[in-house]
Design a binder for this molecule. Sequence first.
Ligand code: S2G
Ligand code: ZN
Length: 478
Amino acid sequence: MIYDDEKQHDRSLDARTNEAVKELTSLLGESRLLLDQSSFERFGVDRSPGWTARPCAIALPENTLEVQSIVQIARRHSLGIVPSGGRTGLCGGAVAAAGELVVALDRMNRVMDVDPADRSVTVQAGMITAQLQTLAAEKGWFYPVDFASSGSSQIGGNIATNAGGIRVIRYGMTRAQISGIVAVDGRGEILGLNRGLAKNNTGPDFRHLFVGSEGIFGIITEATVQLLPAPGPSKVMLFALQGFPAILRLLSEFSNSLEINAFEFLSHNALERVTARLAASSPVAPAPFYALVEFEPATEADEERAVSIFEQGLERGEIVDAVLAGSEAQARAIWRLRESISETLSPWKPWKNDISVRVGRLGAFIERASALVAEGDDELELVWYGHIGDGNIHLNILKPDRLSAEEFAERCSPVAKGFAMLLQEFGGSVSAEHGIGLLKRDYLKYSRSEAEISALRAIKGIFDPDGIMNPGKLLPGP
Ligand code: S2G
Ligand code: ZN
């Protein structure tokens, strides 16, 4: 049974749905099987703009066995399921717009185990990312994955979308932190994947299939997370730079001589909008671009090295200005300028290009991308920012007030298509960290081959033979 995701079935009137709702209510009780419109609006969407929530019901399970029973009931009644975590996604991956059952993990936020022997914790999927960071810190450990929405995103959703964020350059994406996953697949089978083992060579590791699967194979219910020793003190610098060549040279000099935790960049119009919104002032002189570098100096000499990189760049005329945060508070204030970009831009309902190429190809790619933009629509304002240290650029196109959402999408799609073709040429990704969801399905073919996509369909057919898991997401239409 494949949903025709173009049609908006109103499944709430469908007999099968009513039967399923009855069984789900007796399983969960009325307080955990929600049918009211405000719950639909709260649980039936994510942060991507322009979708209308049309679930048939919201289920709030408390453990893996309940999730298994929910999947069995949904399967019996051919009811689509949308797994829902923190609903911070940006590509419609957690949108229920076609009468699906939303399975929200919000009630599943318990710590199941803490194991000092291998410095790991096992938590339910609904644990908020920031809670996990705090739990790690309380034990003197460290959970390194961090991004602007970590205060509301859930670890299950972070795994399902392989969330990245600001520290990927040193610690990798969510994938690198996960040593075990419990999931219920579309057959209703409970899968215990890798079980937290550091070494397990018993064939292909399905844990890695579920990371980044965006709910199309099943629902992640628990995760075993490998934590790190707490890092040493770090330093934060903000550089004002003349252009991309200066940014890339700075990246190369830092990454070849210092332990970098983060290397971010932003364009001048990003900083201007953020400082206006926060009523804050920039700690550096104005310039076309800025780079935020966080590094962990092992010695005094490391800090001196960072300062000399600045001085040499200043002499070459590539660096306009820089500041080395003199306190924790100043470091946080500099980070706030970077982390506030997304929220600052949201009133303009931006078209978000979240793209990546290998770092060594960034220079050539940016040249071609900038030319593409220059040929484009000069009414559309572009804001460049992101994790350039990982080769990941967030290129947001702001919607002019006078354009409707449809007109804006029409004007953006040539640019988005141009980027997708350019990324294909550069072997890059049309979605570096935000995932595919509903929004980017048509661009998948520019980063995944037909052979891969057909294999992905076949694998989905194994874990989800009836196509009830997050129907219409990630995979382009048949
Ligand atoms: C960032 C946050 C999501 C967005 O700020 O790095 O990934 O809105 C983004 O682009
Ligand atoms: Zn990002």
